[in-house]
Design a protein around this ligand. Structure first.
Ligand SMILES: NC(=O)c1ccc[n+]([C@@H]2O[C@H](COP(=O)([O-])OP(=O)(O)OC[C@H]3O[C@@H](n4cnc5c(N)ncnc54)[C@H](OP(=O)(O)O)[C@@H]3O)[C@@H](O)[C@H]2O)c1
Length: 324
């Protein structure tokens, strides 16, 4: 398959996953339904949501409106969602997955991922939804739930037709290998942070070996974290001379160059934008090629900078040092 193919076949089911999807993290709730509707109208066929994003109801509204208007059929849209850390216990997984489906107003997810491989104490949805990282007392509470317990119920979601494919997110090599040793239904997709400051070649190779498709998130690196005060002082990739220079030479935007760099590495991407023009241009990255030396030059920006690291939420205790 060439990297210009607009979809990637998942190994177990053969289902085609669009190579470019629309990311829903920080898509503003008041405009989310319209943004999703317009994204589908513009040609997006993958929506990357999560319970944690707090906009599943609105995203579902946009999707259902697009279906009602004949823009798409349900089966033409690949809907991804994620299981949050507070629902990893055996008896919680299915209940929350069903609640999420209800919020979306759909019968099944095309892909359901374990958002982070760390289990936190249950927070009742009626008390706080989404619960984020902290208990109601404002503290982080990890619990003793091994990933295997959670994975076994993820498999039941497939058995029950609630998820067509299941996978992992924010999971590194050793844990990924471990899951594949006991999985009855193998993970199909791994979604991780990948951008030129964090290229993760070894992990991508490992996933490939295991037959797992990798989706890169936060393709624009620090850009997504500026509004959260979490860019860690890194220079913006979109305005970096190397990137803007390549962009003007190939007559594309810097954002398209960064997305194309990932696509050309065989990865799927899920850019997010609250701006319609940017959203449209982000989709157009499967119809041009970057010279191999440009891909290499962009990769050489790697400094191992991880922007989305839960360790940062509790650095003194190291409670969430999942990437250590
Ligand atoms: N599994 C996980 O733990 C995890 C973690 C993070 C993200 N994700 C997923 O990955 C998706 C993408 O990651 P992300 O949201 O972190 O970041 P991203 O898509 O890399 O970047 C989004 C940022 O870039 C800006 N932007 C978008 N298109 C642009 C363009 N063409 N030119 C200039 N600026 C542009 C956006 O601003 P505007 O909105 O103003 O355009 C926003 O500030 C998320 O939405 C989510 O679905 C998953």
């Amino acid at each position: 398959m060439t990297t210009n193919a607009t979809a990637i076949a998942l190994k177990r089911t053969g289902q085609l996953m669009p190579r470019v999807g629309f990311g829903l993290w920080k898509v503003d709730r008041p405009t989310c339904a319209t943004t999703v509707y317009n994204a589908l109208k513009a040609g997006y066929r993958l929506l990357d949501g999560a319970g944690d994003y707090g906009n599943e109801k609105e995203a579902g509204e946009g999707l259902r409106r697009a279906i009602a208007d004949g823009i798409v059929k349900r089966e033409e849209v690949f809907v991804t969602s994620k299981l949050w850390n507070t629902y990893h216990e055996r008896h919680q997984v299915k209940t929350i997955a069903k609640k999420q489906l209800e919020l979306w107003g759909i019968e099944y997810f095309d892909l359901y991922l374990i958002h982070f491989p760390i289990s936190l104490e249950y927070v009742k949805p009626e008390d706080k939804y989404p619960p984020e990282w902290w208990g109601l007392d404002g503290k982080i509470h990890t619990i003793n739930v091994p990933l295997r317990e959670t994975w076994e119920v993820m498999e039941e979601l497939v058995d029950d037709g609630l998820a067509k494919n299941i996978g992992l997110s924010n999971t590194q090599g050793s844990l990924l290998i471990d899951v594949t040793r006991y999985a009855r239904i193998q993970p199909q997709v791994l979604q991780v942070e990948i951008h030129p400051y964090l290229t993760q070649e070894a992990l991508v190779k490992q996933a490939e070996l295991l037959g797992i498709v990798v989706t890169a998130y936060s393709s624009f690196g620090p850009q997504s974290y500026v509004e959260l005060g979490g860019d860690k002082g890194a220079a913006g990739l979109l305005s970096l001379d190397l990137v803007t220079g390549i962009a003007s030479r190939v007559n594309k935007t810097p954002a398209q160059v960064l997305l194309r760099w990932a696509v050309q590495r065989g990865l799927a991407v899920i850019p997010k934008s609250n701006n319609h023009d940017r959203l449209v241009s982000n989709l157009q990255v499967t119809s041009f090629e970057l010279p191999a030396e440009d891909v290499k030059a962009i990769s050489s920006l790697n400094i191992g900078l991880r922007l989305n690291d839960p360790f940062d939420l509790d650095p003194n205790q190291g409670t969430l040092a999942i990437f250590a």
